[in-house]
Write a protein that binds this ligand. Structure first.
Ligand code: ADP
Length: 248
């Protein structure tokens, strides 16, 4: 396998009863890129994500991450190897502050989960690091606010901060813009661009203008199969892609 491929699937297939939701998908994600998985409703995007993060076991096919076959690994193993899906760890504690939420994620990374009643000397460096992450995602002004009081878009930014606290090599983002207004979309878009500087991102996203502006590469799924692959200019001109979207 080429060295710059961080994640590759071969013949990835998932059947539910007699129905094939993902059908022989060969996906290759290049290291350091933003790669989008798009396609009409029911195309198999969510099932693919669930297969990649091992929430579902594939019926057939294999998944290789950093040269290692992870087809039979468990979700926690995948995270430990450096591939983290954002909502997976984004259980936001609404009554705790934004900063404390991020600090708990940092503590989790260190292995002392939920131990947030520790002494000040232990917590201070973690608090400082949490504040840096809170600042990095544009939430500095809200650091002491209970997380439950954040707007929807800012809560998603907090999810990204808690994901970043685990320092993943690869982030899987599940419709990061879903349900957002334009301002939030712009903020999260800038944030994704920023955090992509030193990691790989695979995202499922319905907002095609976001996909167009962020993605280096796009895989279009339809009826469980790869319909097209390339940059936005190429796939958006592909008649099969246009037909799949219009026909959906
Ligand atoms: P997308 O995310 O692209 O909208 P999904 O991966 O959610 O597509 O679904 C792909 C197809 O698989 C759909 O037809 C859906 O109904 C079906 N599907 C998804 N999960 C299950 C399941 N647990 N049992 C049966 N069918 C499922």
């Amino acid at each position: 396998m080429a060295e710059d491929i961080i994640l590759a699937t071969t013949g990835l297939t998932k059947e539910f009863g007699g129905f094939t939701a993902v059908n022989g998908v060969d996906l290759q994600v290049r290291r350091g890129t933003i790669h989008a998985l798009i396609g009409p409703n029911g195309a198999g995007k969510t099932t693919c994500f669930n297969l990649l993060t091992k929430f579902l076991a594939p019926t057939k096919g294999s998944i290789v991450y950093n040269g290692r076959d992870i087809t039979r690994q468990k979700p926690a193993d995948i995270a430990r190897l450096g591939m983290v899906r954002s909502f997976q760890i984004s259980a936001v504690f609404p009554q705790l502050s934004v900063k404390t939420n991020v600090r708990i994620a940092l503590q989790r990374k260190r292995g002392d989960s939920f131990d947030f009643w520790r002494s000040e000397e232990v917590l201070q460096p973690l608090d400082d690091e949490a504040l840096r992450l809170v600042d990095a995602v544009g939430l500095a002004a809200f650091a002491e606010l209970p997380a439950g009081e954040l707007s929807y878009g800012r809560k998603r930014a907090l999810e990204i901060a808690t994901t970043l606290a685990l320092d993943p090599e690869m982030m899987l983002l599940d419709e990061p813009m879903a349900g957002m207004g334009r301002e939030d979309v712009e903020r999260i878009e800038a944030l994704i661009r920023k955090v992509s500087a030193n990691r790989t991102i695979l995202m499922v996203e319905h907002n095609l203008s976001v996909v167009a502006s962020l993605s280096d590469r796009i895989t279009v799924l339809a009826r469980g199969q790869v319909l097209a692959e390339g940059d936005y200019a190429a796939v958006s001109k592909d008649p099969r892609v246009i037909e799949a979207y219009i026909g959906s």
